[in-house]
Design a protein around this ligand. Structure first.
Ligand SMILES: Nc1nc2c(ncn2[C@@H]2O[C@H](COP(=O)(O)OP(=O)(O)OP(=O)(O)O)[C@@H](O)[C@H]2O)c(=O)[nH]1
Ligand SMILES: [Mg+2]
Length: 590
């Protein structure tokens, strides 16, 4: 794949995740899944994108996250060794991500298009309280004699994790989480197992992020008990786990204002832990990339499951359409085809029997036989007429088809009305019927039925004609059949004569009778053959109707909600494209 195509794949991927998120935003109880989609898009933009562009591993990114007022800005200050991050008693103070970068760093932030997605970089320093979709960079001067992270890492102080409401600052937070190589999850003693931050922690672990937990603000004597408690109450219920759980007891004001010298006991272990995770940098970045890809590919079904309700609604629409189609086809067979006699075949039978008559002088024989069997044939015809029930004529074809269509369409309209409240797709269908979906269906039906009937008449005609024309073109078969018929009649005539002797008066009765029976036998075979062909034509007509009328209508109905630029068309598109693009990107990166 060429670089331009890859770039397109990455852009489409992050756009498609964003579209999906937008698509399900209005639904209730989807917040966690929306968060996962947002994180997925952020991983695509900030990890996959730079990797494809072969951006260097440095700088690595450490993001400091946690509940409101947990001590994130305080931990950020410990990490960078200065007081640049505003820690504030007001919970929810930090409102946008702030990147702390070494003042004279040899590295720079990624230059990939789409880096940090929808967030705008501020040109100048602003208060951490600025509540906008922005991020800013603050430069930190690093004392070369002190242990520092900033030779390798950018430290990101983030807004809190106390809500999933995507309308506020949550997208800013998740954007940086997607980027991060290491995440420090901060929890303070009073709220260490709050539900929402714990849900975030779970998501980060599910996404394969490398997480270090830092517990804050407890009394020094409580540290062991607190660590054990966190392990038992929170970590044991999570998938996988953080790489380390650390604690910083309540610091004094002096310690907070000079973490390098005065909070060394807590700062140094934390720095060492993060540095270990970032060494070597290439391996750390590779880990971020691999786990990001795993999250996106193995977790794909879960990520896309937000669209499950849509897919279920589409499935139930498909079932309703197919059910209607089957009933339409059955009705056609039941009400029309089974009673349709195809008169052309009766005519074909006459012509077939005619063809079996002997030509030339043989005609005299046939005529003679016909004459002597005439009274018996009359008697038989009269008898058959008397006992056979009057056949009900078939309903004309078109009204049957029209009634079938009306039932199909009505059924779907009723289903649409009944389910309109259950899912937007059904509402869309219900609206469609209100705006004339059934009229459009009828128009399509008319067009296809006209085409079908024209081709049908030709087909029935061809089949009926084939019954005798085939024999015309095959003189060997024709002569064999004629010969067989002749032999049968001769045998029927001479058998009584030989048996009774030529002078027996009974011959006057038995000879015509035997000749008539032989004639009837031939006629019966002809009937059977023509009926067989008639039945064949009936099946073929059913198949033709299905191919030319009911199937195209069914297909059109199935597609209807997903065409014409509807969101369901886009949804199908997105659900198909995400796996394709992921695969393409994965194949290049693995
Ligand atoms: N004395 C003392 N105060 C602390 C300690 N850790 C945090 N605090 C205070 O707790 C308050 C909240 O800390 P922050 O670091 O601002 O917390 P945060 O997680 O960044 O909060 P938001 O940005 O508002 O979400 C601040 O007033 C801090 O000074 C500590 O160890 N000792
Ligand atoms: Mg803060």
């Amino acid at each position: 794949m060429d670089p331009a195509a890859l770039r397109t794949a990455v852009n489409q991927l992050s756009d498609d995740f964003a579209w999906l998120e937008d698509h399900v935003r209005s639904r209730a109880n989807h917040e966690l899944q929306l968060g996962a989609l947002r994180l997925a898009a952020a991983v695509v933009r900030n990890v996959l994108g730079p990797a494809l562009e072969k951006q260097p591993a440095l700088p690595l990114h450490v993001a400091v996250v946690g509940g409101a007022g947990a001590g994130k800005s305080t931990v950020s200050n410990m990490l960078m060794g200065s007081m640049l991050a505003e820690s504030n008693p007001q919970a929810g103070f930090t409102r946008h991500p702030i990147a702390y970068l070494k003042g004279n760093a040899e590295f720079s932030l990624p230059t990939t298009l789409g880096f940090l997605g929808p967030l705008r970089r501020l040109d100048q320093s602003e208060s951490a309280r600025l509540d906008q979709d922005v991020w800013q960079v603050r430069r930190v001067s690093v004392d070369p004699d002190q242990l520092s992270l900033l030779d390798k890492f950018v430290v990101w102080d983030c807004p809190d994790m106390t809500t999933w409401a995507a309308t506020g600052y949550v997208p800013r937070l998740l954007e940086v989480c997607g980027l991060a190589d290491v995440i420090i999850y901060v929890a303070s003693d009073e709220r260490y197992n709050d539900e929402v931050p714990t849900q975030y922690l779970r998501l980060l672990l599910e996404a394969g992020k490398t997480v270090v937990v830092m517990l804050m603000k407890m009394r020094a004597t409580d540290v062991p008990a607190f660590l054990a408690h966190f392990e038992k109450e929170v970590v044991s219920k999570l998938p996988g786990g953080p790489v380390a759980i650390m604690a910083t007891p309540q610091l004094t004001f002096e310690q907070l204002s000079d973490p390098i010298r005065k909070a060394m006991d807590y700062r140094v272990p934390l720095l060492n832990q993060v540095l270990v995770l970032g060494t070597p940098a290439d391996a750390a970045r590779k880990r971020t990339l691999t786990s990001g890809l795993r999250f996106l590919t193995e977790g794909q079904a879960k990520l896309l499951s937000v669209a499950r309700a849509d897919l279920e609604a589409m499935d139930s629409w498909r079932s309703a359409v197919q059910l209607g189609q089957t009933e339409f086809e059955n009705r056609y067979r039941r009400e029309y085809l089974t009673s349709e006699q195809f008169r052309r075949f009766d005519e074909a039978l006459v012509r077939l029997l005619d063809l079996l008559e002997l030509p030339g002088v043989g005609r005299f024989f046939s005529t003679a036989v016909n004459v002597i069997t005439l009274p018996i044939t009359w008697a038989k015809n009269w008898f058959v007429k008397a006992i056979s029930a009057v056949k009900t004529p078939a309903m004309p074809e078109r009204p049957v088809l029209e009634a079938g269509l009306a039932a199909w369409s009505d059924g779907l309209r009723r289903e649409g009305a009944a389910k309109a409240q259950t899912h937007p797709l059904w509402k869309h269908i219900n609206d469609g019927f209100r705006q004339g979906l059934d009229r459009e269906l009828k128009q399509r039906f008319e067009a296809s039925v006209n085409g079908f009937q024209a081709s049908l008449h030709q087909e029935v005609d061809r089949c009926a004609r084939a019954i005798y024309e085939d024999l015309h073109t095959n003189p060997v078969a024709l002569n064999t059949l004629r010969g067989a018929k002749f032999a049968l009649q001769v045998a029927a005539i001479i058998t009584p004569v030989i048996t009774l002797g030529i002078g027996n008066v009974l011959n006057f009765v038995l000879v015509p009778l035997a000749a008539a029976v032989a004639g009837q036998l031939v006629e019966l075979l002809g009937h059977k053959y023509v009926d067989f062909r008639r039945e064949e034509t009936r099946s073929r007509q059913q198949a033709m109707m299905s191919a030319q009328v009911s199937s195209p209508l069914g297909q059109w109905l199935l597609q209807w909600p997903t065409t014409g630029g509807s969101i369901y068309e886009k949804l199908q598109h997105v659900l198909r494209r995400i796996p394709e693009n992921l695969n393409a990107v994965k194949n290049v990166l693995k």
